[in-house]
Design a protein around this ligand. Structure first.
Ligand code: DOR
Ligand code: ZN
Length: 360
């Protein structure tokens, strides 16, 4: 048993050695561009039928023509014989106009607008500097029913990094929903009990994605036996009490919580550095890591709706027709994989994983 994973409670689904799932969707994914895109797209497309693609390229994907062009580059990079549909997003800036958002809706290929507070995370510098500046854009989103996808962390340096999500909810998100109650919101990669409780008590059109790293690991994983940069992402891993709240939410059968890996590839050198980048590259073992987390909670049978139903329903998409199969077959997550001209270390590299996807 790998020491990074919490001990497993007795299973209610101990008899299950084969798991057949609706082919899932990844409702939060970073695919990058160019040679990096070519390196990582196969890992997601092997498993996921569709993915909400994050727009934090440099420069950001901030206009509809940019989203259309990026979509074409993604489609060209998908390995032959695999069907994968990128669901595009726009990067919200202080300058995003209501007209751009209407054009995004009319394009038929843009499914949300991503709000990064400027400076909150990787490649977020052109993000929103002050919510007052995007008021008109947010009103348009509420009017047309397009989801606002939220990186929910304040950037105020007086707020401790572990409290930035809770402060964001209190200072920005709750007041925003008071003002625009019809706004459809996905609070991305929730990491705290506070976020789970907020989403649960909000209206049905407020939902959240949950990553595999926040389900499997608490903040100790970043410090076990030394500093482990490959477990560093933003929002940062939190204390065990928060991990448990996330796991309960993920397996609880609420359609408000669904799969979004936040797989965020950075080359090995950019992570293993004096100032390492935030982001966990989970795509190579994503569905298997979710299966491991759900099994820990004795709830493998709930994985299908979390991975293949609730996200699609939130975005008004049909459920995928195909299935994938996972087998109980222990394997080692690779220590390293090729990435552009270098290498990349996936999430949980070198660790044993009890489930393996065998076919789609
Ligand atoms: O850890 C993260 N990495 N969090 C984000 O919000 C962005 C992402 C990235 O793009 O690398
Ligand atoms: Zn992300």
């Amino acid at each position: 048993m790998c020491y990074l994973f919490a001990p497993r409670p007795p299973l209610t689904t101990a008899h299950m050695d084969t798991l057949t799932l609706t082919r899932p969707d990844d409702m939060h994914l970073h695919l990058r561009d160019g040679a990096e895109l070519a390196s990582v797209i196969g890992a997601s497309a092997r498993c996921f039928a569709r993915a909400i693609v994050m727009p934090n390229l440099r420069p950001p994907v901030a206009t509809v023509p940019q989203a259309l062009a990026y979509r074409e580059r993604i489609l060209r990079a998908v390995p032959e014989g695999i069907r994968f549909v990128p669901l595009m997003t726009l990067f919200l800036t202080d300058a995003t106009s209501p007209a751009e958002i209407r054009q995004a809706r009319d394009s038929g290929v843009v499914f949300g607008v991503k709000w990064y507070p400027a400076g909150a995370t990787t490649h977020s510098d052109p993000g929103v500097t002050d919510i007052a500046r995007v008021q008109a854009a947010l009103e348009t989103l509420a009017e047309i029913g397009m989801p606002l996808l939220v990186h929910g962390e304040v950037t105020d340096t007086d707020v401790d990094i572990f409290d930035r999500e809770a402060a964001f909810i209190e200072r920005l998100l709750a007041p925003l929903l008071q003002k625009l109650p019809a706004l459809r919101v996905v609070l991305e990669h929730v990491t705290t009990r506070d976020a789970v409780e907020f989403v649960r008590s909000a209206p049905a059109h407020v939902a959240a994605t949950i990553t595999p790293q926040h389900l499997l690991f608490n903040r100790d994983a970043m410090f076990r036996g030394g500093l482990r940069p490959h477990y560093y992402c933003l929002p940062v891993l939190k204390a065990e009490t928060h991990r448990r709240a996330l796991l309960e939410a993920a397996v609880g059968g609420s359609p408000k919580f669904f799969l979004g890996t936040d797989s965020a590839p950075h080359g090995r050198a950019a992570k293993e550095s004096a100032c390492g980048c935030a982001g966990c590259y989970s795509a190579p073992a994503a569905i298997e890591l979710y299966a491991q987390a759900f099994e820990q909670a004795g709830a493998l049978t709930r994985l299908d709706e979390f991975a293949g139903r609730f996200g699609a329903e939130f975005y008004g998409l049909p459920r995928n027709g195909e299935t994938i199969t996972l087998q109980r077959r222990e394997w080692l997550i690779p220590e390293s994989l090729p990435f552009a001209s270098g290498t990349i270390v996936p999430l949980a590299a070198g660790e044993k994983c009890p489930w393996k996807m065998t076919s789609s």
